[in-house]
Design a protein around this ligand. Structure first.
Ligand code: MCA
Ligand code: AMP
Length: 507
């Protein structure tokens, strides 16, 4: 039997007594114990009716068993589908109805809420976390060996939803080859080995925390200090014993804001990596001045894993995302023709390689719009190459806000605001924010003569959208600025509200 991803990431750790996960409560899970736990959970998956190719939806806390569930899903030939723990029931409904999973694994505290949803789509429901974790209890009774199911390089290993410009999220289908090839490339490029100890403070439901951080550690046999959530104090305690940190820019600005973050604390560290959102050049400079380390910035997407990285040994240039990863082509094109542009010119970033996904789940038209026949994926990011080959991301052709490393598509929020009683139209955009990079602002135009019930509007938003998507401020205006084509000029709004003192958290 062969299973492309399982064989490389997990099977090699059978009998490996070295520490893998080091948890908040001080417990340590060895690689071998993890390997056995994954097998126990794989038995539970099979008993719960999961067959090869079936989706397993996971909205669960960040626990050792959640990572073992990912391994078990791969071993059982299933498709792992992690979801943001912040998603509301309304958001979950869409993902679950779209993906039609055989099994849903939720936080034990959310069981009552999810039971109906699971029943409606004919999925089994198990829970993780706390004393009553049904998945963990069931696993305890199972054998520690599981016969791995056959999966080839092109079979799906994961389905990760990414928000869409039209407001509807799309499931990016990631194959065993996509995930394994990227992990191998990053391990080689960043020199990750079993001597490394990674401080892992990212969520494990996105590419960054699950694949970039976890797959590379598993492949290399590194130790992982698994923090349930990001906490500056804990990170400061852990850095002197660690060698690697992967984070979004907010991690680095928050660390810099703490006086306890000194070059003594970072003395044992080998590498700080940043991605998911633009790292300001000033953060890069301040970080080097404080610690002597130059942050290594890289660029990726849910659909492609990682595309580019600054060099490990060469110059790590602030304000750039480095060069294409070995084996991956990253070009800048004329968005109209798809032809490559010369260095120095701004165009659409397109990517081709073994890292590029297999298309959007049950959305052939969307896939055809973004994946060219020549297999280049159109990222929607605008970039420019310097003469010596460093890529800078200079903007986005997609209407997207990135807040604290989470992507938010304004259209999803605008649809909800526009449906609200008394709202004629709305525009949602991001303004610079020193903590999250961008903060969400909503501008509303009321129907003639209408009095908007802002309290009720905020409640509606709260019911439907995760907290990180909530506008930090609502502004009522008489009209939206438009260009001659009638399109709302968000750049004008952005400029206007970036300068204005906003009453953040007005509701
Ligand atoms: C939390 N809040 C947020 C965010 N996070 N609001 C906007 N944007 C956010 N990202 C809300 C909280 O609900 C809370 O609301 C208030 O802001 C303050 O929360 P705080 O405790 O300060 O936040 P936190 O829990 O410390 O979280 C901040 C964080 C977190 C650590 C930066 O957002 C995070 O882990 N971000 C990483 C996201 C990530 O992994 N992205 C990778 C995507 P209230 O006050 O009402 O309670 S993968 C990707 O992009 C590609 C592939 C790539 O290249 O990596
Ligand atoms: P996601 O859809 O969550 O995978 O987010 C992918 C998007 O994050 C990319 O298309 C970029 O717009 C953005 N992104 C990721 N890494 C970087 C980076 N280092 N600098 C700027 N933007 C980035």
């Amino acid at each position: 039997m062969t299973n492309t991803l399982y064989d490389s990431l997990f099977a090699q750790h059978e009998g490996n007594e070295a520490p893998f996960l080091q948890l908040d409560d001080g417990r340590v899970v060895s690689y071998d114990a993890f390997h056995r736990r994954a097998a126990q959970i794989a038995h539970v998956l099979k008993k719960s009716g999961v067959s090869p190719g079936d989706r397993i939806v996971v909205q669960a806390p960040k626990l050792a068993d959640t990572i073992a569930l990912y391994a078990a899903s791969v071993q059982a030939g299933a498709v792992y589908m992690p979801l943001n723990t912040a998603y509301t029931l309304a958001e979950l409904d869409y993902f679950i109805s779209d993906a039609q999973p055989a099994l849903i694994v939720c936080d034990t505290k959310d069981k009552a809420e999810l039971e109906q949803l699971a029943a409606r789509c004919g999925a089994n429901l198990l829970t993780l976390g706390g004393e009553d974790s049904s998945l963990s209890h069931a696993a305890d009774e199972q054998p520690c060996v599981f016969e791995t199911l056959d999966r080839g390089a092109e079979d799906l290993a994961a389905l990760l939803y990414t928000s869409g410009t039209t407001g509807r999220s799309k499931g990016a289908m990631l194959s065993h080859r996509n995930l394994l090839s990227n992990a191998q490339t990053l391990v080689d490029l960043w020199g990750i080995t079993n001597v490394d100890r990674l401080v892992h403070a990212l969520p494990i439901f996105h590419t960054h925390g699950l694949f970039v951080a976890m797959n590379t550690s598993l492949l290399a046999g590194a130790k992982v200090r698994l923090m349930e959530r990001f906490d500056v104090g804990v990170i400061l305690d852990e850095l002197p014993r660690s060698t690697l940190l992967m984070g979004v820019p907010t991690f680095y600005t928050r660390l810099l804001a703490d006086e306890g973050f000194t070059n003594e604390v970072t003395g044992n560290m080998r590498l700080f990596i940043s991605g998911s959102a633009p790292l300001l050049a000033e953060t890069h400079v301040a970080f080097e001045a404080r610690t002597g380390h130059r942050i290594l910035e890289r660029y990726g997407m849910t659909e492609t894993n990682m595309n580019t990285s600054n060099p490990y040994s060469g110059e790590r240039r602030a304000g750039t995302v480095g060069m294409a990863l070995p084996g991956t082509e990253v070009i800048v094109t004329n968005p109209e023709t798809g032809e490559s542009l010369p260095q120095g010119e701004v165009g659409m970033i397109e990517v081709r390689g073994p890292n590029v996904f297999k298309g959007y789940w049950r959305m052939p038209e969307k896939t055809a719009e973004e994946l060219r026949e020549n297999e280049f994926f159109i990222t929607g990011d605008l970039g420019r190459y310097s003469e010596d080959g460093y890529l800078s991301i200079v903007g986005r052709s997609k209407d997207l806000i990135i807040t604290g490393g989470y992507n938010v598509y304004p259209k999803e929020i605008e649809d909800i605001l526009n449906d609200f009683n008394g709202v004629l139209e709305s525009a949602v955009f991001g303004v610079p924010d020193s903590d999250f990079g961008e903060a969400i602002i909503a501008v509303l135009v009321a129907d003639p003569g209408a009095q908007l019930d802002m309290k009720k509007l905020a409640e509606t938003v709260k019911d439907k959208l995760s907290r990180f998507k909530h506008p930090r401020s609502y502004e009522i205006v008489s009209g939206l600025p438009r260009n001659t084509m009638g399109k709302v000029q968000k750049n004008v709004l952005r400029d206007q509200y970036s300068q204005k003192e906003l009453q953040v958290g007005v509701l």
